[in-house]
Design a binder for this molecule. Sequence first.
Ligand code: URA
Length: 429
Amino acid sequence: MSEVFDAVDVIITKRDRGELTDPQIDWVIDAYTRGVVADEQMSALAMAILLNGMNPREISRWTGAMIASGERMDFSSLSRPTADKHSTGGVGDKITLPLAPLVAACGVAVPQLSGRGLGHTGGTLDKLEAIPGWRAALTNEQMLAQLDDVGAVICAAGAGLAPADKKLYALRDVTGTVEAIPLIASSIMSKKIAEGTGALVLDVKVGSGAFMKSVDRARELATTMVGLGKDAGVTTVALVTNMQTPLGLTAGNALEVRESLEVLAGGGPADVVELTVVLAREMLAAAGRPDVDPAKALQDGRAMDVWRRMIQAQGGDPDAPLPVARHTHEVLAEGSGVLTQLDALKVGIAAWRLGAGRARKEDPVQAGAGIELHAKPGAMVRAGERLMTLHTDTPERFERALAALEGAAFIAPEGSRPDLLPLVIDRIA
Ligand code: URA
C-alpha cells in the first residue's frame, strides 16, 4: 500500500457527493482493518455512503479491497464444479439445509459458509446446531476434504475471510448504516468471492420479513451483486423472492431442521420444496450442469443420503431426536374466512422473543423455541381453529411473543382473494 490519505479528506469527499478514487478506497479499507482509521471515522464514511451512494466502479473497488483484506479460498483441486447460494435472509428460510445436499447429490460441490442469526432472521448455523453433536467450525483443510468426499459443507466462515467486512458489518449494525445497497452488496459479495465458489446463486428476499422492503430496492441490490460477481469471474444469478409471509410452516431452529428433513424425505411444504428445487436448478445450470433434474434427487432419497453424510462428517447424529421446547401455547383464529395475510416480520420477531434468535452476538439461542404455523395465506380457517403453536423453554416469554403477533394474521370474509406476490418475483442474470 503506497499512498496514504487523510481519513477526514476521504469522508469529506463522500459527504460532498464526490467519487472516491481507487487508491482512496484501497487505503481506507486497509487502514480501517489495521485500526489506523478509527471506528468513528468509518461510521461517518458509512453514513455518507448510505446517504450519497457509490457508483459501480467504487462498489467494485470497495468489494475488491475487502476481499484483499483476508485470505481467498481455492477449490480448483476438486474434481467437480462448485456452486453456492446466498440468501439475504428471511423468516423460516431454511432452504440451505435441503439445498446443499440436493445440489451435491446432483454432482456439483457446495461450499457454503454460513452465519448465525441476529434479530428476527434466523441463522443457518443456529439451525444445524440444534442437531446433537453437529459442529460449525472446520479448518480450510477439513472443508476441502469434506467437499471432496461428501460434496457439501455448511460451516462457519473462518476469521481469515474478508476481516474488513467482519469489522465493518459490526460497526454498521450499531450506526444505522446496514441498509446502504453499496455496503450490503460489497459485504455479501466480498465473502462469497473470497470463498472461492465457481458459481453463485443469490436469493434476494423482499417483503416485511426481509432487509429489502420494496421490489425495486431488491432488484437494485440483486443487479449490483450480479455485476460484482461477474466482474470477479464468478457466474452469478439472482432471484428476487417473496418474504411477505414466512417460508414453510416453521420458524425456529430445531423446528426448521424437522421441516427440512420432511423436504429431504420427499414431502414438506410446497413453497419450501418449490424454492429449493428452483434454486438447485439455477445452481446446477450456473455450474454447467443444466440437464440434471434436482426434483428427482429429492424424491428418490439421494439428497437425504448426502444430508446424512454431511451431518455425520461434522460430528452430528442424523438419527438423534431433535430438541423439543418444554412449553407450547396455541394461537387460535378469531373469526372464520380466508387467511389473507400472515406477516413475516411479526412472526420472525415473535419467534426471536420465544428464544429462537438472539439480540446480541454472544447470546445463546434455544434450539426448540419458535413458531409452527397451521395455516398459510390463501387457506380457509374457522373461528377457534389453531393458527399457530408457539414453542419455548421459558414460558414467561409467551406474553411478549403474543404482543409481537398482534395484527400478524388477517382473516377476510369467505370468497376473498389474498393479494399475494408470487414466490419467485424476478430473475436477474
Ligand atoms: N448480510 C451480509 O453479509 N452483509 C450485509 O451487509 C447484509 C447482510
